[in-house]
Design a protein around this ligand. Structure first.
Ligand code: SF4
Length: 354
């Protein structure tokens, strides 16, 4: 069944600090504090009149939900709980900070039927966290993740490659630390420099060099691939496009493109495909994939098809084969077939002769 999110934006509400990269008014395109009536209205607006069965989830995003006053949390949760009890929605989720998770808060969330908590982790490197003025430590992430897990919540981690102070070694350490914690899901948002943030000022002063889109794709692809190999589903890569984010006067630099998710998957698939093509001695007859993988396999705007033609000085036959599982690329020669399991990062070779 299709999952559909009913977003309730709480921009910067509850945030004890202002992180250097963050401007939720721009990222979410919303301002102000929602109240119970607006939550109820939003649920009705999304769900009423929809004929097909959907897995509706109410999501409190854009602030630090568990850090807002308890009375407001309860006011906002009450209409969501009512809709949950009536079967109009299937789940409630929120995002918050790792240092704002306590047993008492989790008890409140549970009472109101909230089951999924996403933590703004960003990095597990103390230098990066300090420069971003996050006001929490990597230990807070470990503690919050353990508390959430032992209370039975689904735990999500949100990561931001490209923050000030992050280099390749730092990215690798953060990725390894998250893989050890193994959250139930992850989102990866390469840093975009958004107007009205401290990071934008550092950028204007020449004190911060943002990632290019190419660098953002590389870092996010590395992180996503490691997460998938560890069994951590990555449910989003790159910021959701909004009118504000698509306005160049609002995004001053960094790795923002509405196509980030596709570019990252293009990179992951291409790297694995080329590593097989580089080593196959026989003549490759065809490259095949399930129809759901066509754009990832052939690449965003067919970039992989074009690069393969240049790199191997020949045109390949690109096939759709819906007998292949999603996520698998098959490289076919006259007597062998190589199956690249892209999420696992593994390759299996089968003889197809006779
Ligand atoms: S990143 Fe999270 S905690 Fe920091 S200012 Fe933005 S919403 Fe608040």
């Amino acid at each position: 069944m299709k999952t559909s999110i009913i977003p309730i934006f709480i921009p910067h509400i509850g945030c004890p600090y202002r992180c250097v990269f963050c401007n939720q008014w721009r990222i979410t395109g919303h301002q102000g504090v929602p109240r119970a009536a607006s939550v109820a209205a939003q649920i009705a607006r999304y769900t009423e009149g929809v004929q097909e069965q959907r897995h509706w989830e109410v999501a409190f995003y854009g602030g630090s939900f568990t850090a807002i006053p308890a009375a407001l949390q309860e006011e906002l949760l009450a209409p969501a709980k009512e809709a949950l009890d009536q079967g109009r929605i299937a789940a409630i989720r929120c995002s918050t900070r790792p240092d704002c998770i306590t047993p008492e808060t989790l008890q409140r969330l549970s009472q109101y039927g909230l089951t999924i908590v996403e933590l703004g982790v960003q990095s597990m490197d103390a230098v990066v966290l300090n420069k971003a003025k996050r006001g929490h430590s990597a230990d807070d992430v470990v503690r919050a993740t353990c508390l959430l897990r032992s209370a039975g919540f689904t735990v999500g981690h949100q990561l931001m490659p490209g923050l000030p102070g992050e280099d390749r070694a730092s990215l690798v350490r953060t990725t390894a630390a998250i893989c050890r914690l193994k959250p139930d899901l992850a989102r990866i948002y390469p840093v975009a420099v958004i107007d009205g943030t401290e990071l934008a000022e550092s950028y204007k002063q020449g004190d911060y060099r943002p990632l290019s889109i190419h660098e953002g794709v590389q870092r996010a692809a590395y992180m996503k691939q490691r997460f998938l190999e560890t069994g951590i589903p990555v449910i989003r890569t790159g910021l959701q496009a909004t009118c504000d984010l698509d306005d160049p006067s609002q995004v001053l630099g960094g790795a923002y493109t509405p196509a980030m998710g596709e570019l990252v998957d293009t990179k992951r698939y291409q790297k694995q495909l080329f590593s097989v093509l580089d080593t196959v001695a026989d003549q490759v007859m065809a490259i095949a994939c399930n129809r759901h993988d066509i754009s990832r396999t052939r690449g965003y705007h067919k970039v992989t098809v074009k690069r393969a033609a240049l790199r191997y000085k020949r045109s390949f036959t690109w096939q759709e084969d819906n007998g292949l599982p999603e996520g698998t690329i098959a490289v076919r020669t006259a007597n062998r077939e190589y199956h690249i399991e892209t999420s696992a990062g593994t390759v299996q070779c089968k003889n197809t002769e006779g």
